[in-house]
Design a protein around this ligand. Sequence first.
Ligand SMILES: Nc1nc2c(ncn2[C@@H]2O[C@H](COP(=O)(O)OP(=O)(O)O)[C@@H](O)[C@H]2O)c(=O)[nH]1
Ligand SMILES: [Mg+2]
Length: 235
Amino acid sequence: MVELETRLLAKNDKRAAHNRGWFEGREILAINLVSSPGAGKTTLLERTIRDLKDEVPIFVIEGDQATANDGERIRAAGAAAVQVNTGTGCHLEADMVAQGLEELKPPAGAMVLIENVGNLVCPALFDLGEHAKVIVLSVTEGEDKPLKYPHMFLAADLMIINKTDLLPYVDFGLDTAIANARAVNPAITAIALSARTGDGMDLWYGWLRSHAESIGQPSMLPAKSPVANSAGHSK
Ligand SMILES: Nc1nc2c(ncn2[C@@H]2O[C@H](COP(=O)(O)OP(=O)(O)O)[C@@H](O)[C@H]2O)c(=O)[nH]1
Ligand SMILES: [Mg+2]
């Protein structure tokens, strides 16, 4: 069993390295969004597409066990999308991303956003060749999730704390959640926002711009100021 898992991961890593080279050769920024189901990944993507699609061509790979719902939401927001259904699988694999890219054919300088299957466990293990994993945690999930699912928070460069519009109605300490994430991964950047109201979205766009800049991606506007979150934490 352990040997099989090691072989599976090695095969995935090889394919992920191929994807990474493919992205780098085309100066395409590729981001892998992970979260538990319902944290708001698709809502975040819909607003991001509406706000940035005139600035940079955006292509989306959608992963869910079943249905084409999210792919349809993304297309309605104005971006090309492929929907991958993983059946009993709990994560996207690098091969699936490669197939999605073949279908989408994003041009040089584009941005590829990957919405992984919703869970805080398996997607941490599978490299897709992305530049960064972004974990979306929503304020209704509890501030202890970084401590309970450390591998995912360790694998991520950025934690988005979503649904801040609901903060008055839940017991969720923003500072505690950020401290918990940094106990696991001291280097993680944190941004608090509401994908529903749009509050804080500029910080996310600033983060995307600074990453686009760092890979020499030509389409996006240059990042303005250092990335900070609305709770005053910055990296
Ligand atoms: N109040 C509030 N609800 C949100 C926000 N973002 C997403 N939602 C809601 O959360 C639910 C799940 O969102 P969805 O984007 O499908 O989550 P996903 O499973 O991570 O893709 C939907 O009912 C959304 O309308 C937010 O910022 N505030
Ligand atoms: Mg979704």
